[in-house]
Ligand binder design. Structure first.
Ligand SMILES: [Fe+2]
Length: 374
C-alpha cells in the first residue's frame, strides 16, 4: 500500500482538483507513482502540499515519469523567437532547461539566474478592451485560456505540466470579470491559476455539437505564437477577436515543411478513465476540417464556432481557481483541462514559480483511436 491520501477539492466536481497528502516524492515507488498518475487522470489537477524543497532536477524527473520517452521542453526552442507572445513570460533555468521560472518582480538570484525581472502577464497587454486603471487593483480577467503546447512542428502537446509555487505574495482577492455581456463574475485569490475541465466542456455539448467535435479537426496556425502577437483577445480570454491584425503569413518565419502545420482532433481521450475532453487552444485556431473533407477557412467563423463550443465550459461554477500557497506542487492533465493565468500584481509583489512540461512522445488520443485504458 502506498498510503497516499487523495481528497477531491470539490465533491460536486470530482474531475477538477484534488489534494494529495502522505506522499514522499524522494522515495516514490512504482506503486506510489501509479496512485499519483491515477489521481492525476481522475481529478486532472492535483496539488501536493509542502514541496518547497523539490529541486528543479527532481521536478523535471517527476514530470518525465508520466512520459518517460519525452525529452525536450514542451515548446522546444520556439519560445526563443523574439516575436513570440510567450517569450517575455518564461526564463529557462540554465542547469535544467526543461524547467522555466515564471512570476512577478525582481529576483536577484535563483538557480543560476541572476538579476531577473519577472512579469506576471496582465490582460492589458493582450485583450482588446481593458479594465480601467482605477478598478485594476480589485478586478481582473482570465488572461488567456490555453493548453501548454507548441502546436507547430514535431512537438506534441505535453501530457502533464507541473507548477511549483516557490514564492507567493500574500492574500487579497480580486473580482474576475468576464466582460462579455454575460455579467458573469468570479471571486478569485490574487494570482490564481484557473482551470476548467475539458471533459465537462464536452459532456455539456448538445448531441449535434458532440457529433461535430468528434468528427472534425482543428488546424492550428503556423508559428502560432508569433502569428497572434499583433492581434488581441476577447475579454473572457477564450480566443481572439477577428479584425485582421494577425501577422501576415508571408511575414512569419518560413514554413520549412508543410507537415509542421498541426491538424489535431478536437476531442482527446483520457488514458485512464476513457472520457472525452474538448481540447482546443482557442487563441491559435486557424481552420476546421470537416468529416466530409470540406475545410472552414474563414477565420472569424472558425473562431465563433470554437467559442460557442467552449464558452459554456468556463461558466463561473465550472472554474477551479487554485489558491496558491508556498510549497504547492500542482500537476495537471494538459490533455484534459484548459488553464489560464489570472490576476494583476503590483511591481513590488514578488512571485516566483517553476513550470515544467515536456513535448509528449505521442500525439493526443483522438476519438476512434485504439485506446488502451489503464
Ligand atoms: Fe500554461
Amino acid at each position: 500500500m502506498s498510503g497516499i491520501i487523495v481528497e477531491p477539492v470539490n465533491a460536486s466536481q470530482p474531475d477538477l482538483g484534488a489534494v494529495l497528502s502522505n506522499i514522499d516524492l524522494d522515495n516514490l515507488s512504482d506503486a506510489g507513482f501509479k496512485v499519483l498518475r491515477d489521481a492525476l487522470y481522475t481529478h486532472n489537477v492535483i496539488c501536493l502540499k509542502g514541496q518547497s524543497k523539490l529541486t528543479p532536477q527532481a521536478q523535471a524527473e517527476l514530470t518525465r515519469r508520466f512520459d518517460p520517452e519525452a525529452m525536450s521542453y514542451g515548446h522546444g526552442k520556439t519560445i526563443d523567437a523574439k516575436r513570440s507572445i510567450l517569450h517575455p513570460d518564461l526564463k529557462t533555468i540554465p542547469h535544467q532547461p526543461e524547467v522555466q521560472v515564471i512570476g512577478n518582480g525582481f529576483v536577484a538570484e535563483y538557480e543560476g539566474l541572476k538579476n531577473i525581472t519577472l512579469r506576471h502577464p496582465h490582460h492589458r497587454t493582450f485583450h482588446k478592451t481593458v479594465i480601467p486603471d482605477d478598478q485594476d487593483l480589485d478586478h481582473t480577467r482570465f488572461y488567456r485560456w490555453h493548453i501548454d503546447a507548441a502546436l507547430y512542428g514535431k512537438l506534441h502537446p505535453p501530457l502533464v505540466t507541473s507548477l511549483l509555487a516557490v514564492k507567493v505574495p500574500g492574500g487579497r482577492t480580486q473580482t474576475l470579470l468576464y466582460d462579455d455581456g454575460s455579467n458573469d463574475t468570479l471571486q478569485v485569490p490574487l494570482g490564481t491559476t484557473a482551470f476548467v475541465s475539458g471533459y465537462t466542456m464536452f459532456d455539456r455539448l448538445s448531441p449535434e455539437q458532440k457529433e461535430f467535435v468528434l468528427t472534425s479537426k482543428i488546424e492550428y496556425a503556423p508559428h502560432p505564437y508569433v502569428w497572434i502577437s499583433t492581434a488581441k483577445s476577447r475579454p473572457d480570454g477564450l480566443g481572439m477577436v477577428s479584425e485582421g491584425k494577425e501577422v501576415p503569413l508571408q511575414s512569419l518565419p518560413p514554413i520549412e515543411n508543410s507537415a509542421d502545420i498541426q491538424i489535431l482532433p478536437m476531442v482527446w481521450q483520457n488514458p485512464v478513465t476513457g472520457r472525452f475532453a474538448l481540447q482546443i487552444h482557442p487563441s491559435v485556431v486557424r481552420k476546421i476540417h470537416l468529416r466530409d473533407g470540406r475545410v472552414i477557412d474563414d477565420l472569424a467563423e472558425v473562431r465563433e464556432i470554437v467559442h460557442s463550443l467552449q464558452r459554456p465550459g468556463i461558466a463561473p461554477d465550472l472554474v477551479y481557481a487554485h489558491d496558491w500557497q508556498e510549497g504547492d506542487l500542482v500537476l495537471f492533465n494538459n490533455h484534459g483541462v484548459l488553464h489560464s493565468v489570472v490576476g494583476a500584481f503590483a511591481e513590488d509583489e514578488v512571485r516566483l514559480f517553476r513550470q515544467c512540461n515536456l513535448a509528449a512522445s505521442r500525439p493526443p488520443i483522438g476519438p476512434g483511436s485504439e485506446v488502451l485504458v489503464n
